[in-house]
Every structure is written in C-alpha cells, then in structure tokens.
Design a protein around this ligand. Structure first.
Ligand code: NAP
Length: 252
C-alpha cells in the first residue's frame, strides 16, 4: 500500500470536465495524489472529491501558470506525472473564413499553455525518480479535414512538441506520451460550436463514440507501465471512425 510519502503525484490540467476529469479520478482511484488545474475550480473540486487538490489555473496566462507551479512546489518536493490535457477546438470554418479570436485562443490553450506548463513543471518532474509527461494530442495531429485547419494545426504542433521533448529529454528518466483520440463525447463539441447544442449532438449521431473514461483508461495504462517502458503514442478511435471525416453512421 502506498503511503503519503510514496504516493506518486500527478498533475492534470483541464480536470474540471471530460477527459481531464475522468483521468484525475482514474489516477486517484489507482493511488496517485492528484492535483487538478482549471478555470472552473468549484466544478473541478466536486469532480476530484476530498482526496484531490483543485487549484485555479488558466494555462493561457503566464502569471496563472507561475502561481500554479509555485503552489505545487510549496506542497510537493517533486511531481511524477504531468497530464497536459487542457485544450480544445473552436469553430469549423474554411481558412478563408477563419475567426481570428478562435485561432488565437486555440493556439494559446493547446500550444502555448502546454509549453508554459511543461517548462514550469520540468524542474519538479526532474526531482522525481521517474517523470512522465502525457500530452493530449488528437487524430487531428496527423490528419486534416475541411474546416478543421485551426484545430488540426494546433494538434500537429502538440505532436511536434511531444516528439521534440522526447529528443531533448533523452538520457533523463522522463517519459513522453502522446494520447491521440478520435471522437470522444465530452463538452468538446459544445465548446467548439460555442454552445450550439444541435451542432454538438450531430457530431456523435449514429455511432457509439468513445467516452472520457475510455481515454482515462489508456492514460492510466501508459503511466503505470514499468519506468523503462515508454508508450510514445496511443491512437484511440471509436470502431465506427476510420478517419476524421470517414465515419460510419447508422440512420434510423
Ligand atoms: P472538455 O470536456 O471541453 O474539457 C476541456 C478542459 O480543458 C476543461 O476542463 C477546461 O476547463 C480545460 N481548459 C480549457 N481552456 C483552459 C484554460 N485556458 N486553462 C485551463 N484549463 C482550460 O473537452 P475534452 O474532450 O475533455 O478535451 C480534453 C483534451 O482532449 C483537449 O486537449 C482536446 O483537444 C483533446 N481531445 C478531445 C477529443 C474529443 O473528441 N473530445 C478528441 C481528441 C482530443 P475550464 O473551462 O474549467 O478551464
């Protein structure tokens, strides 16, 4: 049984919803001390329950990331796992109709936020016997689809950063895993379509999408392998999804 001294510490960004929330819970159930970071702290606190630590975090703001990492340093000598999960898509329009604000937010959240968090947490990860960085990419990190350039561009960037980190950290006991899901039913599409419930529902119509728990399972698997085993990438799709745009849907 892990004691409070031996329990591994896992930090999950975007733990207030969807994949982040499910991952935080799965890690906690499996003995990790979990720290969640998100803007909706109350919602995250409820998701994490009594055992978890919920701290306010806006990954797009440097000062917020600095304060979050400072607080981590006050509470823990090291962290073992960083799950860079905060992110998402905004809009689905062709490049010639792109919305500047949507693109800026996507870059700030998925790319700059991931960089701020990784750079900020690396000193604490380096103090662990074995560190692990898990980045939430997507099949959009290596596929493209019409209207998806803003999101596919940022997830291609996440893939490039993950691969670069693996080179830069080579020789140190720090693993880097990219998780690349296809369609997962969370608030993702509601956010993407700015609260348009009909548009969000249509994304998952006629198929059985993945759940946040399906992805949490995969993350748990990756971080609980023996320390010399590095799961570089995991691509997980619903069986009905062949590519981003080829999806077998049943019509009733
Ligand atoms: P979700 O339910 O909308 O959750 C997104 C999470 O990101 C929320 O907890 C949100 O928390 C957090 N977040 C957003 N902006 C943030 C910011 N500036 N600072 C801190 N946290 C922020 O969507 P999800 O499906 O779980 O998405 C999680 C990750 O999986 C994302 O990186 C997404 O791109 C990726 N992904 C999702 C799918 C899918 O189909 N759902 C597929 C492939 C990859 P607050 O709003 O409380 O801050």
């Amino acid at each position: 049984m892990a004691t409070s001294r031996t329990r591994r510490v896992a930090v999950v960004t975007g733990a207030s919803s969807g994949i982040g929330s499910a991952t935080a819970k799965a890690l906690a159930r499996n003995g990790f001390r979990v720290v969640g970071g998100a803007r909706r702290v109350e919602r995250m606190r409820k998701a994490l329950g009594e055992g978890g630590v919920a701290l306010e975090l806006d990954v797009t703001r440097r000062e917020s990331v600095d304060a979050f990492v400072e607080e981590l340093g006050r509470r823990f000598r090291h962290i073992d796992v960083l799950v860079n999960n905060a992110g998402g898509a905004l809009g689905l329009t062709p490049v010639d109709q792109s919305n500047d604000d949507d693109w800026i937010t996507m870059w700030e959240t998925n790319v700059l936020g991931l960089m701020y968090m990784t750079r900020g947490c690396l000193p604490l990860l380096r103090r662990a016997r074995h560190g692990h960085i898990v980045n939430l990419g997507s099949i959009a990190g290596f596929e493209t689809y019409k209207g998806g350039a803003g999101y596919t561009a940022v997830k291609h960037a996440v893939r490039a950063i993950s691969r670069t980190l693996r080179l830069e950290l080579n020789g140190e006991p720090i693993r880097v895993t990219e998780i690349a899901p296809g369609l997962v039913e969370t608030d993702f599409s509601m956010v993407r379509f700015h609260g348009d419930r009909q548009a969000a529902k249509a994304v998952y119509a006629g198929l059985k999408p993945l759940t946040a728990d399906d992805i949490a399972d995969c993350i748990l698997f990756a971080v609980t392998r023996p320390p010399h085993v590095d799961i570089d990438e995991m691509v997980i799709r619903p069986v009905a999804q062949a590519t981003s745009y080829q999806v077998a849907r049943k019509t009733t």
